[in-house]
Write a protein that binds this ligand. Structure first.
Ligand SMILES: Nc1nc2c(ncn2[C@@H]2O[C@H](COP(=O)(O)OP(=O)(O)OP(=O)(O)O)[C@@H](O)[C@H]2O)c(=O)[nH]1
Ligand SMILES: [Mg+2]
Length: 285
């Protein structure tokens, strides 16, 4: 195949929170680009994950889950990021979770999806789960889409079909990213995401939503990576919860983050974690 015949384009993944957009992104790219948790509103940025193929290159854009009632400033900003990411794409994948009923939130997202005049694929995710209660309701949406595919981001079922469909729809064009690159994220940001994932997993209720993580420094000292990071929260009571009794909680967050960082970087990691209160971080986010 000559260069000119290759295809390329941007494909956005949209859907409500927790449907599995980030897990799908990782499965498509074949490596962990985005963090995944069982909690809603995990993703906060439009993250690019790049798929390289003999047919060309697909740049997938993972987005935050859309929330129906955007009362707080963080949710408002996340919703705005989704709308932004939906502009100027070459195709769209609308990810749904047929184990959950279509409610007002889903209808709002459907409305947004409808406005995109590009090839659209409806992906019914989590098809590894037996007989999901609302599969028929979602399948009824198929008429508004160019293709409907039942997939499982978890097991990889039908992902090949999904990629084949995308290549059908993409225009010819040159690659946007070099071949070895799987994401647009810099290490600093990506390391911060991994730490944030551990906080989402370990802490309860509203604490994960009160925090952001900033990696301030990465020093590569031959066989060891020194990483200095700050967990920023908007209230003193959250700071106390993050640190925990005898600093047990922050230690355990640090340990699980370090383990994963060591696995992905293949280096020894020294992780210096601090917790700080910045009341107004969501406004600056
Ligand atoms: N059984 C099953 N579970 C899945 C599948 N895909 C995702 N999940 C689970 O669904 C939950 C949410 O996955 P995420 O990928 O974080 O969902 P998301 O849509 O990115 O969520 P936000 O970032 O909050 O919008 C996690 O607990 C995943 O393990 C799937 O194909 N099958
Ligand atoms: Mg996500």
């Amino acid at each position: 195949m000559t260069e000119e015949q290759k295809k390329s384009g941007f494909v956005v993944l949209v859907g409500r929170s927790n449907v599995g957009k980030s897990m799908l992104l990782n499965a498509l790219v074949g490596t962990k680009v985005a963090i995944i948790t069982p909690k809603p509103q995990t993703t906060r940025q439009a993250i690019h994950g790049i798929l390289h193929d003999a047919r060309g290159q697909i740049v997938f854009i993972d987005t935050p889950g859309i929330f129906h009632k955007a009362k707080d400033i963080l949710t408002k900003k996340l919703n705005a990021r989704v709308r932004e990411a939906m502009r100027e794409v070459d195709a769209l994948i609308y990810v749904v979770d047929p184990t959950r009923a279509i409610g007002p939130e889903e209808r709002e997202i459907s409305g947004l999806v409808e406005m995109v005049k590009k090839p659209k694929i409806l992906a019914l995710n989590k098809c590894d789960i037996n007989d999901p209660a609302f599969a028929q309701e979602y399948k009824a949406l198929a008429k508004n889409f160019d293709r409907t595919i039942e997939i499982s981001a978890k097991t990889g079922k039908n992902l090949k079909q999904l990629v084949d469909a995308i290549f059908e729809f993409l225009p010819q064009g040159e690659a946007f990213y070099p071949e070895h690159q799987f994401t647009n994220l810099e290490n600093k940001f990506w390391f911060a995401e991994l730490i944030r994932e551990k906080i989402f997993i370990q802490l309860r209720q509203e604490v994960p939503y009160s925090i952001m993580v900033e990696v301030e420094e990465i020093k590569d000292k031959n066989d060891i990576f020194y990483i200095k990071a700050k967990i920023i929260t908007n209230a003193d009571r959250y700071k106390k919860m993050i640190i925990g009794k005898g600093a047990q909680t922050v230690k355990s967050i640090g340990q699980s983050a370090r383990k994963e960082l060591e696995a992905v970087t293949q280096k020894k990691i020294y992780l210096d974690l601090e917790v700080e209160v910045q009341e107004h971080w969501p406004e600056k986010f």
